[in-house]
Design a protein around this ligand. Structure first.
Ligand code: GDP
Length: 479
């Protein structure tokens, strides 16, 4: 694919077929209108309904966002415990929680939920969200301000808080949700350890109840979008928004997540120095959930078997070792991301020490090797975001099972990756990998509950567009 970085870009391309608003200034966020020079074209066009919905949302955000008259009014109303008059605005606060890949997926989920319920999304900046992402909505910030009066209170919410939705339902003995009166601020605990009462969030009757509360505060580490597609209250709207159901994260991700100028510098300098000139780019994301420090031989074997078997990389000729037996002008560049440097070094050595049977030149690059996860450190997370983004620009992607880091790369890129199946007992599985059914992320901890029948049900078998994931059999994903 020829992607000349200097080609003049048509203004309509910059807005990704109308997905992005034209109202932003340019200098404050270079990535917003320049990503089109690095990213693949959108895998599917956004529906006109989605575009209209996003413009309406931006208007709502401008009307209700921080420091607007309506926002001040609802804060006043909260302070006075409901005795002053409220505004017509309702809010969803997203709590910054978990690794960066998880956060990107949950923020997209929270935004979709806000769109569906006409709430204004406010983002807890945590330690580093403002260093990582530009403002996605014109004119008014999406970040909760430093002086937000209930910050402390909201960030201390947990599963046992009296205002936790699951706890409220537990106390009401789940008799009849229609009789329950909710407080004005409700905490939604959607973290992987949530219980059956917290999971009532995914029932239509509970959604009707939650409309009562002007403020919802959500903490989650899961991409819960697939379960929204199983609820009848959102069915029509989701159908209109996403005629292609497996494009939710792809489109919302491209709409929401624009790296800040410093992260954009990391991305563009790396891309131009190492990736721009290759005939083909291959991304390999190696995420090892085993304890102990790698590199592990079984992981290296698995990566090699997968890439050779699926013809992503050429075989090497280890017998004859003749130089230049076949001449081929093609060059493949492999971008590896991993916390450890060892995999890249070993793969690079194999292709240095032996010629390829096709004569192709294969080069390997890895931007960083941070050794271990450092969730609270800003430059570490800036590099992590840059690497997810760089992976998303590749032509062919190989990802690791269970990793939200990989899901973000595939989703932004609109790619169906080859997934390295999870090794068991330090042994590579056979087959080593398989291609994903769709570019959508997997919901790792979905509910298995039929709200109407009030009994368990396999939510991966109810509709054709929500299936069990390739890499986690109990998870569900849109296909
Ligand atoms: P997951 O744990 O794979 O689902 O992904 P998360 O992004 O939620 O959490 C893993 C975190 O570990 C990342 O956010 C990074 O901080 C770090 N990390 C894991 N793999 C890599 C990598 O290949 N490169 C970099 N720079 N950081 C990584």
């Amino acid at each position: 694919k020829d992607r000349d970085l200097h080609t003049a870009i048509q203004p309509e391309d910059k807005l990704l077929s109308g997905l992005l608003s034209a109202k932003h200034g340019v200098g404050s966020c270079l990535s917003r209108y320049n990503s089109v020079s690095y990213q693949h074209k959108l895998a599917f066009e956004p529906s006109s309904y989605l575009i209209a919905k996003l413009r309406r949302y931006e208007d709502l955000h401008k009307h209700c966002g921080v420091y607007t008259e309506s926002y001040n009014k609802t804060l006043e109303w909260l302070r006075s415990n409901g005795s002053s008059s409220s505004s017509d605005c309702r809010y969803l606060i997203w709590i910054s929680f978990s690794g960066l890949g998880n956060r990107i997926l949950t923020l997209a989920s929270a935004f979709l939920y806000s769109l569906l319920t006409n709430r204004v999304l406010l983002v807890d900046p945590g330690t580093d969200m403002t260093d990582l992402f530009c403002e996605p909505f014109p004119d008014v910030s999406w970040f909760l301000p430093q002086d937000f009066p209930f910050k402390e209170e909201f960030s201390n919410f947990n599963q046992t808080s009296p205002d936790c939705y699951g706890k409220i339902m537990k106390n009401s003995m789940r008799t009849d949700s229609s009789g329950v009166i909710l407080p004005s601020v409700v905490y939604l605990h959607l973290v992987h350890d949530y219980d059956d009462d917290d999971k009532l969030f995914f029932c239509d009757q509970d959604q009707a109840l939650l409309q009562q509360s002007p403020w919802l505060v959500m903490k989650t580490d899961n991409y819960f979008v697939p379960s929204l597609f199983l609820m009848s209250s959102f069915e029509k709207e989701l159908n209109d928004l996403f005629p292609n159901k497996d494009t939710v994260f792809h489109l919302l991700g491209r709409y929401l997540f624009h790296p800040t100028n410093s992260v954009w510098g990391l991305i563009t300098r790396y891309y131009q120095a190492y990736l721009a000139r290759a005939s083909e780019r291959i991304g390999i994301q190696i995420r090892v959930f085993d304890t102990g420090t790698g590199p592990f031989q079984h992981i290296l074997d698995q990566v090699l078997t997968c890439t050779l078997k699926e013809n992503l990389l050429p075989q090497t000729d280890r017998q004859t070792n003749i130089i230049g037996s076949v001449s081929n002008p093609k060059s493949k560049t492999v971008l590896i991301t991993s916390l450890s440097a060892g995999y890249m070094e070993k793969l690079r050595d194999i292709y240095w020490e032996n010629p390829t049977v096709t004569g192709e030149r294969i080069s390997f690059y890895q931007p960083s090797h941070e050794e271990h996860q450092q969730t609270e450190k800003s430059i570490h997370n800036q590099k992590a975001l840059a690497e997810m983004y760089l992976l998303s620009t590749t032509d062919v992607l190989v990802t690791s099972s269970w990793s939200t880091f990989g899901y973000v790369a595939q989703g932004l890129g609109g790619l169906k990756p080859w997934i390295l199946y999870k090794p068991e007992n330090r042994t590579a599985p056979d087959p080593p990998c398989g291609q994903a059914m769709s570019m959508e992320p997997c919901f790792h901890a979905p509910p298995f509950y039929d709200c109407k029948a009030k009994k368990g049900v396999d939510t991966g078998k109810l509709v054709p567009h929500v299936k069990h994931c390739e890499d986690m059999p109990w998870g569900i994903k849109l296909v």
